[in-house]
Design a protein around this ligand. Sequence first.
Ligand SMILES: N[C@@H](CCC(=O)N[C@@H](CS)C(=O)NCC(=O)O)C(=O)O
Length: 309
Amino acid sequence: MKIDISCIKIDTVQKVNHAKYWKGHNSNYFSKKIFNRVSCVAGVTTLICASYYRYVYGDTFNNIPNVLAAKEKGFPQFKISRSIKSKHHPLGVKLTLFQYQTCPFCCKVRAMLDYRGYSYDVVEVNSIWRTQIKWSKYKKVPILVCEGIGEDDYLQINDSSVVMSLFESHLWDNSQSIEKLLTYFPAIESKDTRGKTVYDFPNKYFIMFQEGTPYANDKFLKHKLHDDVRFSLYEACREWNNALQKEPFMGGNSPNLADLSAYGVLSSIEGCTAFQDLLEHTKIGKWYYRTKEAVINHKGIGLQDQFRE
Ligand SMILES: N[C@@H](CCC(=O)N[C@@H](CS)C(=O)NCC(=O)O)C(=O)O
């Protein structure tokens, strides 16, 4: 069975790009960091949801304008599993996250939303019937819906990395609306070898500012996993730790999107034996619990003010 881990590879680049902005180190430093982080997330993510990466992408792509808007007009109403309330919600719109609780991509998005202090409702999607996302052309979770903006009075944002990059872009520069920013993350539609329609969002690792100028450069990195994926997980986490270079976070003194993504992915296995083993075999625990503490205490609230100083 062939497992395509291209998403994992690119995912890692996002973390590197975000770290690069935040820390402003020179390129050699970052080449090393890129290498370290590639190893880390590849191992972690593959362990958790390797089965989701069996897509082999076709090579004919069609550009489609934007976000795979919902088929029906009006915001789809579903039972809310829980509501996260924050006094400091940085947006004037209501957010609803369609998710699976243990999906690592959904965990990434929740880590970012919690850290930054967004208020949001959670709709748990039934993983067999997926009734709760039948209204959507895009068939994966997470999907984040912003109510009160957009043509149909709601705006659908697909893909965990698009959500994270878009919201970070908005925190940096809120002179551009969420709607406008979303146009900078177009979807690419293609068919996999089984004829299934799949989507990718080539700009998903970029933070956009000044009329949609992508901040970071894209890179494509390959990574080979060990036969025993748990070994790769340990190895990756050790490399992550080394890359920290005695700093508390990849983002320096506070977590950046790299920290939040890696933490989010790892949090999806917290409580499993694999997680316990990971703590015993590596020193990742300190960084993990430090990041967790920052996320659950919404330590990223107000950080946007620093961006604008
Ligand atoms: N690149 C997407 C991947 C999302 C993804 O693969 N989600 C899985 C759940 S972990 C899913 O919805 N799979 C359903 C499917 O592939 O049909 C993201 O980062 O959000």
